[in-house]
Design a protein. Structure first.
Length: 274
């Protein structure tokens, strides 16, 4: 039996429903955690400032302790408002990735707050961006990358072309960089030291709580390192095959069925024993 002392959750496909919102039920259960003095944190691929603003608008910012963003590349302590950034990509690495993929029918993207800075925009990429409640701005892409710290280089492709993109990515040897598919139309490159699990270890030290007492929710391949470290890991029923294999538990609920709130409600009835 494990005693849960803190909880973290991914957003897209987990805490967010398919409309990219947090349901009323999930919000109520997150707020209820404060009565039990259980810190709750967000662990996402989205930028921390974007997430912080969404939480503020939903009046959840005072109930969330921290945000791990950009797949572990940034950390925001919501009590102190201190932002930390880890391991941006080197310029030569960005150029190598662009050169390796440039003949494919894809869109390079860098996400900053709610804007995706892109080399090109298509009706399909724009529709996906709008579903994420973001916007696109076409720029001189490599010039933009040269003048901004890039925590992750994103590639959009139509879902039916993802297998081709994954195979192309496997042909690129970059020992200090890693690529991962994060959605049916998104592939992301980042420094090999960046992943959600590494920053989760850092947060455990900040909170002074053991990783073994952490409950983690997720659904995708970029949650695997979190599942490896958390004492209890729960994958959404709509999760990827790899995420389900790595998680301790596969929930009977999907992100459309308030899985985070429902599992928290079960914990409350069991005095946070798992």
């Amino acid at each position: 039996m494990k005693k849960i002392q803190w909880i973290v959750s991914d957003l897209d496909g987990t805490l967010f429903n398919d409309q990219k919102n947090i349901s009323r039920f999930n919000r109520e259960k997150i707020k209820a955690l404060s009565c039990y003095k259980i810190p709750f944190g967000i662990v996402t691929g989205r930028p921390v400032k974007q997430v912080a603003e969404r939480l503020r608008k939903m009046e959840l910012d005072s109930y969330v302790s921290f945000i791990i963003g950009m797949n572990g590349g940034s950390f925001l302590d919501l009590s102190t408002k201190k932002l930390q950034v880890f391991h941006p990509l080197e310029q030569k690495t960005i150029q190598t990735i662009i050169d390796h993929h440039q003949d494919l029918d894809i869109c390079f993207q860098v996400l900053e707050n709610t804007t995706r800075y892109v080399n090109r925009s298509t009706p399909q990429s724009l529709a996906y961006t709008h579903r994420c409640k973001e916007n696109e701005e076409v720029v001189d892409f490599f010039a933009y990358c040269q003048s901004h710290p890039i925590l992750k280089l994103m590639i959009y492709c139509d879902p039916e072309k993802m297998d081709m993109l994954v195979q192309r990515a496997k042909m690129l040897s970059l020992p200090d960089c890693r690529g991962i598919q994060t959605d049916d139309c998104m592939f992301e490159w980042m420094d090999h030291r960046i992943h959600k699990g590494a920053t989760l270890e850092y947060v455990a030290e900040v909170l002074g709580l053991p990783l073994s007492s952490c409950l983690a929710f997720g659904d995708a391949d970029n949650d695997l390192e979190v599942f490896e470290r958390a004492g209890v890991s729960i994958c959404a029923r709509n999760g990827t095959g790899k995420a389900k294999e790595k998680a301790m538990i596969v929930s009977s609920y999907t992100n459309e069925e308030d899985l985070v709130g429902r599992e928290i409600q079960t914990l409350m009835t069991n005095d946070f024993q798992w």
